[in-house]
Design a protein around this ligand. Structure first.
Ligand SMILES: Cc1ncc(COP(=O)(O)O)c(C=O)c1O
Length: 442
């Protein structure tokens, strides 16, 4: 048996086996250079942001698109444009990025969390109705890690209760549910363009809708709520509604346009890498690869695996087992480690309910009326189980391919071939994780 790296042996992988994201081509160089040559670097209707809006609408099949400065801005703008306000409740998933919930707080609304489906890790539609109250105004389902959530069931429930649906598709550019792009099922779809994402602009966001009224409100909200004179096209410096500064700019938009030219081929690489890993890792008892629902295209923004000590044939508490495996994989040279470490409602912000100025607002709006918000972790057992047992395998993005995937499988086989040694090192001071440079950050 080959000695594990965690036990003094040599590792299988080196950092140089990993290639970084995003993949930069001559299209990025050309479009970014066009911006520099044009001398136009900003403006809500500037050439690159306008072209990106047209191209993203055409790509997804949405009627309208607005660029924003972040995915968070797109989500908040969506809540503001659909009339969500103080005291309204907004339902989202217990396993997501904070912004899916904090955008509701930014609108003085109150996030309500629903537990997740144990296979897709998306919001569990069968638990959705129990969370709806007379105060519920909107649902923000999330296509988590690139996996489309159950659009049909969610939309049917939303229709029955007359709720706004804002799809948080920030992690799922190009994902399809029954042949239709995620982000096009609800009233608004929101996407992030940050450096990690399948479609990258460095930073930025995209807001899509078929509804002209929502579009027009979005245009206002994106730029301070400021009216534009119809005849002169000049800003009136008269805000008709509350808005923000959520515009994108020319350089990130040009970069995102160039990336969009290659989105399908880059997603195809992720899918091929993910499917290969899933096929091979499923052969190792105790390793649970991610699930792709039928009739869906999962775009594997992140590639998760879960670990089950019982199936692996060892007696160990699941969280300890996951941490021990992560350490052993990491020491073999694999870039591996968790993303979210706890369900979102477990975060201090929700446990303490200290919002604006540490005042307890917005929860206090309804709590003053005797309504209680219970963010006890026991309410989200599936999200907690996931956080105990999952890890993210980094590097499945292009231009990484079969060479790296084969090495990753070899690392798994080596580590799972010597679990006694892995568990002996469970308390070693090792800190697994990816690295910022892998995703174009410093
Ligand atoms: C699910 C989800 N929602 C919202 C966001 C917010 O996007 P941004 O970072 O562009 O504001 C992210 C980004 O990390 C995300 O992953």
């Amino acid at each position: 048996m080959e000695k594990l790296a965690i036990d003094g042996g040599s590792g299988i992988l080196e950092r140089s086996n990993y290639k970084n994201w995003p993949v930069i081509t001559d299209d990025d160089r050309r479009l970014v250079n066009d911006v520099l040559e044009s001398g136009i670097v900003a403006g809500g209707t500037a050439p690159q942001v306008s072209a990106l809006e047209k191209e993203w609408a055409a790509y997804t099949g949405a009627k309208h698109c607005l660029t924003t400065c972040s995915g968070t801005a797109a989500l908040h703008m969506a809540l503001a444009a659909t009339g969500v306000g103080p005291g309204d409740e907004v339902i989202t998933s217990a396993f997501t990025f904070l912004a899916s919930a904090s955008c509701a707080i930014h609108q003085n609304a109150i996030p309500v969390f629903v537990d997740i489906d144990p296979r897709t890790y998306c919001i569990d539609p069968d638990k959705l109705e129990a969370a709806i109250t007379p105060r519920t105004k909107a649902i923000i389902p999330v296509d988590i890690q690139g996996c489309p959530c159950e659009k049909d069931k969610i939309m049917a429930i939303a229709k029955k209760h007359n709720l706004v649906v804002i799809e948080d598709s920030c992690q799922a550019h190009g994902a399809l549910y029954k042949g239709k792009h995620v982000g096009t099922f609800g009233h608004v779809g929101a996407f992030s363009l940050n450096n990690f994402k399948n479609l990258c602009g460095g930073e930025g966001g995209l807001f899509i809708t078929d509804d002209e009224d929502i579009l027009n409100k979005g245009i206002l909200i994106r730029c301070f709520g400021d009216e534009v004179d119809e005849e002169t096209h000049r800003r009136k410096y008269n805000a008709s509604i509350l808005g923000y500064m959520y515009r994108n700019q020319e350089l990130p938009a040009a970069h995102a346009r160039a990336q969009l030219m290659h989105l399908d081929e880059l997603n195809a690489v992720r899918i091929e890498n993910a499917e290969y890993l899933s096929r091979e890792l499923a052969k190792i008892p105790g390793v649970i690869p991610p699930y792709c629902p039928p009739d869906c295209r999962h775009v594997y923004f992140m590639y998760n695996v879960r670990f089950d000590p019982e199936a692996a044939g060892v007696k160990c508490e699941p969280r300890r087992f996951r941490e021990a495996i992560e350490k052993a994989l990491y020491k073999e040279g694999m870039l591996v480690g968790q993303w979210q470490t706890m369900p979102v409602p477990a975060q201090d912000l929700f446990q303490s309910k200290l919002g604006y100025g540490a005042t307890g607002h917005p929860w206090s709006v309804n709590e003053a009326k005797g309504i209680k918000y219970d963010y006890s972790i026991e309410n989200y057992p599936v999200a907690q189980m996931l956080c105990d047992t999952y890890t993210v395998i980094h590097g499945i993005h292009a231009p990484n391919g079969r060479d790296l995937m084969e090495k990753i499988v070899a690392v798994f086989q080596k580590v799972f071939g010597d679990l006694d040694t892995v568990l002996k090192h469970a308390d070693d001071k090792i800190y697994p994780g990816g690295d910022a440079k892998l995703y174009g950050a410093s």
